[in-house]
Design a protein around this ligand. Structure first.
Ligand code: S5P
Length: 258
């Protein structure tokens, strides 16, 4: 049983959502569990990162609301690159409001996230209404619940994380996993994405706390490592991405289930 959940094609079969199935398949096909957090502030830089680092990632994570020159062509181009290099798009909007509001934030405004994002995320803080309304707005995207955060002094408690798991289990036709810093569920169909990953830094002086790729994958049980500045600010981002991808995936294969 121990190695079973490390078997990506096995997990793809167990997936309850089209998007998690796709992610497991991409991880298997490309032998990578790296998610690039492409936190840059203009479209050209974003598309350049997607094009150059695309071959080494399974997921590209965006914060579209920090892009100064955003328009719908940014998303169209990003979708084309995602298709070409076989990765999925994750908009890290962290929905956290009442159902009525989040459904508008998800589908409308300038960003029309539901039209292009394969993966979105939400804080479970407001209660199950947030999940229900996001799902009603567009169930083709898969949702990650934020069950833990990487930042120093965050207010999340073990009871909150446990309640997050329950909410995920009750909505597992839409919730595909978690943002977390440890393994929240032993159910192999749920994905665990872990941010706060760096090979060089322990923190950023602004609350972010870092662990290494092997720590998050081997010790914390992450499926996918989220790396931002460790790659984007590296002297050679492509070379850095290759190192993170290699460390992350070898750690994933070697890890026993935690
Ligand atoms: O708890 C969290 C959750 C997230 S999604 N801590 C995080 O750092 N993130 C995101 O991961 C954050 O918004 C940023 O986009 C990325 C980490 O970036 P880095 O540059 O610190 O690697």
């Amino acid at each position: 049983h121990c190695m079973k959940t490390r078997d990506l094609m096995e997990r793809a079969k167990l997936a309850k959502h089209e998007v998690s199935r796709k992610i497991f398949e991409v991880m298997y096909q490309k032998q990578t569990n790296l998610c690039l957090s492409a936190d840059v502030t203009n479209s050209k830089e974003l598309l350049h990162l997607a094009e150059s680092i695309g071959p080494y990632i399974c997921v590209l994570k965006t914060h579209v609301d920090i892009i100064e020159d955003f328009d719908q062509s940014t998303c169209r181009n990003l979708l084309n690159i995602a298709h070409k290099h076989n990765f999925v798009l994750f908009e890290d909007r962290k929905f956290a409001d009442i159902g009525h509001t989040v459904s508008k934030q998800f589908t409308g405004g300038m960003f029309r996230i539901s039209e292009w994002a394969d993966v979105i995320n939400a804080h479970p803080l407001p209660g199950p209404g947030i999940i229900k309304e996001l799902k009603n707005a567009n169930k083709r995207s898969g949702c990650l619940l934020i069950g833990e955060m990487s930042t120093n002094g965050n207010l999340i408690t073990p009871a909150y994380t446990k309640a997050t798991l329950k909410m995920a289990e009750e909505n597992d036709d839409f919730v595909i996993g978690f943002i977390s810093t440890s393994r929240i569920s032993h159910d192999p169909h749920f994905l665990h994405f872990t941010p706060g990953v760096s090979l060089d830094c322990k923190g950023d002086g602004k609350g972010q706390q870092y662990l290494t790729p092997s720590e998050v994958v081997s010790k914390r049980g992450a499926d996918i490592l989220i790396v931002g500045r460790g790659i984007t600010l590296a002297h050679d981002p492509v070379a850095a991405a290759k190192v993170y991808a290699q460390e992350g995936f070898s750690g994933y294969l070697a890890a026993v289930d935690v």
